[in-house]
Design a protein around this ligand. Structure first.
Ligand SMILES: *Cc1c(COP(=O)(O)O)cnc(C)c1O
Length: 365
């Protein structure tokens, strides 16, 4: 009997060029914030279409120093979707600000029609998340933000290379924050992140904040952090960046195949006409989600749930706030969503294998 096929949920892109880049950096004798980091920052900024990209140790630390640099402080309120990775809200809480949770629209991103009703005197900004690689409705977000004088920062952790009306995410709002965690579309073989902006004064402040508030080797202008980035990962990231368009294009091909074969069987993920979705996750929805996941597991197919517990229902939030909202669309989605295997090199035969299994589960084959 032949061995069962195994299809993982995701897989990191590694080739000889990636390995050699890591080795080259290792042998260079420079390990922190040197030439590879400088080059990676310049290449990231050029790709995203902003003047500045500031590397840091993760999305979470990038957001923390960005909120710090922007003066986010205790009592501030920030509008954020509840349906996102938990880290989206941690950094603001460490600054003493409160996340105000907003429901989602059909794309699983923040529902712009519910922004105004979530605002109060204390609202200072909006943090939309380009969830699963689909851009949030930025025009709707800017409309509400301008009317009420709020800042907008993009959570681009899942959306490297995605576009909103032809504009690359991370270049639309005042600043964008990216993650290079191994599961994300662009990775650096470990933790990492960056902040993109056109504001050079902000970038300068962030570069000081990530390195102990230093203005020179032994002079510290203010109290900062150690959120630095390193050379080995930057060298690797530069090769990953040269491959990202090819890998994202293939993700889109995979999504097109899933769409074609699964439409009408499960709810397939929408892509708005103004969006270039990069399918960090390919997320279907069905009322029989748990049963289906079990069935696929039995066929060697990895799946995930992003995310099974909405942030406004997390124990950590219940301990902090007694007046959390009800968000019907989010609460329904978390019981139905299922992430199917997708990554930049996933063979289309594996996609067909997954589709065959899903059709078999629903008795359509
Ligand atoms: C992964 C992720 C983060 C956190 O990124 P880290 O680099 O792990 O800190 C934040 N927001 C979203 C939407 C994410 O997917």
């Amino acid at each position: 009997m032949s061995e069962m096929r195994r299809v993982p949920l995701s897989k990191v892109f590694v080739n000889d060029e990636v390995r050699e880049a890591g080795l080259r950096a290792m042998n260079s004798g420079w390990y922190i914030l040197a030439k590879e980091c400088e080059a990676f920052e310049a290449e990231l900024a050029a790709y995203v279409g902003r003047k500045e990209a500031v590397l840091c140790s993760s999305w979470t630390t990038g957001a923390l120093m960005l909120h710090h640099a922007m003066g986010v402080c205790p009592g501030d309120e920030i509008l954020v979707p509840s349906h996102t990775a938990f880290p989206s809200i941690e950094s603001m809480i460490h600054r003493g600000a409160r996340p105000v949770f907003v429901d989602i629209d059909e794309t699983y991103c923040i529902d712009v029609d519910q922004l105004e009703s979530a605002m109060s005197e204390r609202t200072v900004g909006i943090l939309p998340v380009h969830l699963y690689g689909h851009p949030a409705n930025m025009d709707g977000i800017f409309l509400a933000a301008k009317k009420h004088g709020l800042w907008v920062v993009e959570d681009c952790a899942q959306a490297f290379g995605a576009q909103y009306r032809g504009q690359t995410v991370g270049s639309i709002a005042g600043a964008g924050v990216f993650s290079f965690f191994p599961s994300k579309n662009l990775t650096v073989m470990g933790d990492g992140g960056c902040i993109t902006t056109n504001d050079s004064a902000l970038a300068k402040k962030l570069r000081m904040l990530r390195d102990h508030g230093r203005s020179s080797k032994y002079v510290h202008d203010f109290v900062g952090y150690n959120f630095r980035f390193n050379e080995v990962q930057a060298a690797i990231g530069r090769v990953e960046l040269r491959n990202i368009d090819k890998l994202n294009d293939h993700r889109r091909e995979i999504a097109a195949r899933y769409n074609e074969r699964l439409e009408g069987v499960v709810r397939i993920p929408p892509e708005r006409p103004w969006a270039r979705h990069v399918y960090h996750m390919y997320v279907i929805a069905t009322g029989r989600r748990d049963e289906l996941a079990e069935f696929l597991k039995g066929k060697g197919i990895g799946t995930g749930i992003h995310y099974p517990v909405a942030n406004h229902q997390q124990p950590a939030m219940r301990k902090l706030y007694s007046d959390l909202p009800r968000l019907p669309k989010t609460e329904e989605a978390v019981t139905q969503i299922l992430s199917l295997p997708i990554y930049g090199e996933l063979p289309l035969e594996d996609v067909d294998y997954v589709c065959d299994a899903i059709l078999e589960f629903f008795g359509k084959k």
